[in-house]
Design a protein around this ligand. Sequence first.
Ligand code: UDP
Ligand code: MG
Length: 313
Amino acid sequence: MNTIDLIVPCYNESEVLPLFYSEVCAVSEKRSDFDFTFIFINDGSKDSTFTVIEELAKQDTRVKYISFSRNFGKEAAMLAGLKYSTADYVCILDADLQHSPDLILEMLSSLENNPEYDVAAARRTDREGESKFKSAFSKFFYSVINKMSSVDIPESAQDFRVMRRKVVDSIISLPEYNRFSKGIFSWVGFNTLWFDHENRERAAGETKWSFFSLLKYAVDGIIGFSTVPLKISLVTGSAVSLLGILYALYIVIKTLIKGPDVNGYPSIICAILVLGGLILISLGIIGEYLSRIYLEVKHRPVFLIDKTNIQPK
Ligand code: UDP
Ligand code: MG
């Protein structure tokens, strides 16, 4: 029998989980030749999400869960699910039903029929149910990261995807602590078949992303997949120094020809402010990379598990 694991990160999703479970069950019945397993990751929810998951596990042996000791973030939840998955095919999808469960079957059969493809991934065609500000910010972020990084990260790509076992094994072989999955998915390669997917409104509950968490996600993505910011400070620093040297030469020549000039206080202040600013920015950029290196060398686990009903592989 073919097998597929559904990885579902959940953070405060108690309202939507019963609905999610019944919709996905209905979808799974259409493919009776497949063994479906749910892997719910309770990412330190503060509501009754874990109780709901435990109830589901009591009713249905296909329901597996991993419950974290605290909130580690969606990236950690996805990694835990991938690490504990054993099926031939693995699907990642959100609990809020924004990722239409019907598409799982389409993605799955496309992989069965096209052996040359290893990943079937959803990309959104619209940004329904999202603020204009968030959409604009996200567009800007992807244009920046794609210019700076050598891996291509499509703006519309979602985490919603079905992958073959070998792709999952490749993803979990990357040991980094600071995980930016969209970059990792592109970095590991493999042929990807894209599915256009209309974003639906959340079925219940609310989004977990604030502006600052999105900003942090964007910085993590850029720092994790590009060293260009380090070069920006080198290039601007060099350009400003060159201008400074040219200006100094100009002053020396002017002084030799016209005699000393007591004015010039404003230009000195400007130079100090601009240069001081550039130095601080450069230090800040180096600091961002250094802090990532610091976290990586500590070799801390990406997540800690409190309870699970899955036997480790
Ligand atoms: N999520 C998670 N940990 C977090 C934040 C979110 O596991 O710290 C889960 C959440 O339960 C949902 C998915 O990640 O299943 C996407 O989150 P959300 O719907 O809030 O994001 P959005 O769709 O607004 O981008
Ligand atoms: Mg959502």
